[in-house]
Write a protein of this length. Structure first.
Length: 116
C-alpha cells in the first residue's frame, strides 16, 4: 500500500510563503498525475494543483492560480508545493495523492494556518 508523508506546514501571516513536501513510497510514474489537495476547516477536501507528464504539465485550482507552484523530484519520489502570497482562505490540511485518486494513499496531511 502506498504511503504518503506530507510536511512543511505551519502558522504563517498573510502574504507569507511556505513550501510543502510529500514523500511517497511509490515510484512516480508517467501514467498518472501527482497532485495536492486540501481540506479547509468544516469543508470537503478539494483539488489544489496537479503535475502531469503531458502538456501543459501543471494545472491549478482557480483560487491558487498564480500564487502556488507544484513541482516534483522523480528521483526522490517527492512532490512539492510552493505557496506564495498566502491568504486566510488557504488555511487547511494539505494532502498529496495522485489522479486518479488512490483512496489508500492518503497521509496524515500537514496543517497550514494563515493568520490575519
Amino acid at each position: 500500500q502506498v504511503q504518503s508523508v506530507e510536511s512543511g506546514g505551519g502558522l504563517v501571516q498573510v502574504g507569507d510563503s511556505l513550501t510543502l513536501s510529500c514523500v511517497t513510497s511509490e515510484r512516480t510514474s508517467r501514467s498518472y498525475t501527482s497532485a495536492w489537495f486540501r481540506q479547509p476547516p468544516g469543508k470537503e477536501r478539494e483539488f489544489v494543483a496537479g503535475f502531469t507528464y503531458s502538456a501543459p504539465y501543471t494545472y491549478y485550482a482557480e483560487p491558487v492560480k498564480g500564487r502556488f507552484i507544484i513541482s516534483r523530484d522523480v528521483a526522490k519520489n517527492t512532490l512539492f508545493l510552493e505557496m506564495n502570497s498566502l491568504k486566510p482562505e488557504d488555511t487547511a490540511v494539505y494532502y498529496c495523492n495522485r489522479i486518479p485518486v488512490d483512496p489508500g494513499a492518503w497521509g496524515q496531511g500537514t496543517q497550514v494556518t494563515v493568520s490575519s
